[in-house]
Design a protein. Structure first.
Length: 360
């Protein structure tokens, strides 16, 4: 078996998966169920002095593995977490517990000591306002626990915020939070799916979260919990290759059930063995050295494996220039005078029959 473990601030995680803050972490019982299902670490719902009151409804399936939500923080007060839920998690059989605190420096100052006294392993700080992030870190660092700052791709000065948080003492970053505001409409009724603008999570935001993780890894090289859009084992591999230390998930286990962890860990182990990788951690940051600053213009050269081809003609369909054709005998023809080397045909070929022979 491949080694799926990772080290996060000196804490050994049995596998890379962190169940991010959300509906599946709403109380102690739910968190224990996530540990039992295979999550190596779990982040509580965000704890604030007062409980939230969510609108009804506040979560909707947006299709293709994505969710919309208008959900707030925890619907338990801080007092309920401190007196009941967190103490119930002291015995967690090796699982790593991350307490999520928000949303202002004043609230963190009020909560950090009593929350830390209940025994979590890490703190994660969450704010809706970029300007509050570094001051929240400054307050939280009076505790003895490592501190993660959860950042949002909605912030235009994201990397500056990360820099300020690290200067304030943050030990690492959770990237990213949900994207928004966004909107989906029920075309049968004309009503917004959740009655208003909402926040988007799940598979649709994976390219954004990968970009942010890679940027932070390039700039700072700090531990990152790459969160947002991971739905399968290969997505987790991408996140690690982008520079993530651990991989945050929530929307897919919410949609598919907690059995997702066991299924995905099995698939991840199989993927690593098939690709002759003994340790997942060896892949960390692999993609960063391949990020191109100066884009090449040398025309692509392609290879075609007739045995792998299923004759779906997808490569022909997606060629906007009409440069590709396939004969009845399954011979691939390419008009090099018309081809613009855009590369779409290769990424559209599901069986991998069409590849780039000479990468730029």
């Amino acid at each position: 078996m491949a080694d799926l473990s990772t080290d996060l601030y000196g804490l050994k995680l049995a596998n890379p998966f962190v169940l991010a803050s959300g509906p599946l972490t709403w109380n102690a019982e739910a968190i224990q169920a996530a540990f039992a299902a295979g999550a190596a670490a779990v982040v509580t719902k965000t704890i604030r002095p007062e409980a939230t009151v969510n609108p009804v409804p506040h979560i909707a399936d947006a299709g293709r593995g994505s969710l919309l939500n208008t959900e707030g923080w925890s619907d338990f007060s801080a007092a309920e977490w401190i007196e009941r839920e967190l103490p119930a998690l002291r015995d967690r059989n090796g699982g790593i517990l991350i307490a999520s605190l928000g949303h202002t420096p004043q609230e963190v100052a009020q909560l950090v000591d009593p929350v830390v006294d209940t025994g979590p392993d890490l703190l994660e700080l969450v704010s809706y306002r970029a300007e509050d992030a570094a001051p929240m870190v400054d307050v939280a660092k009076r505790s003895s626990l490592p501190v993660l700052i959860k950042v949002s791709a909605n912030w235009p000065d994201l990397l500056d915020v990360v820099e300020a948080c690290l200067q304030a003492g943050a030990d690492g970053v959770t990237a990213i939070d949900s994207i928004g505001p966004t909107l989906r409409i029920d075309v049968e009724t004309g009503q917004p799916l959740l009655g208003s603008f909402a926040w988007l999570s799940g598979r649709a935001i994976l390219p954004i979260s990968l970009r942010v993780v890679a940027q932070i890894a390039q700039e700072h090289g700090v531990p990152i919990v790459g969160t947002g859009g991971v739905g399968q084992a290969e997505d987790a591999v991408e996140m690690v290759m982008a520079g993530a230390t651990a991989v945050g998930v929530h929307s897919t286990p919410l949609l598919q059930g907690l059995g997702w962890f066991d299924k995905t860990l099995t698939r991840l182990d199989r993927w690593l063995e098939m690709h002759d990788h003994a340790r997942l951690a060896d892949l960390r940051g692999l993609a960063l050295r391949h990020l191109q600053k100066a884009m090449p213009h040398t025309p692509l050269a392609f290879a075609f494996d007739q045995d792998l081809c299923t004759r779906c003609r997808r490569c022909v369909t997606v060629c906007a220039y009409g440069a590709r054709e396939m004969t009845d005998g399954k011979e691939m023809l390419l008009d090099e005078e018309i081809c613009r080397s855009c590369g779409l045909c290769v990424t559209a070929c599901a069986p991998g029959a069409l590849t780039i022979l000479q990468a730029p």
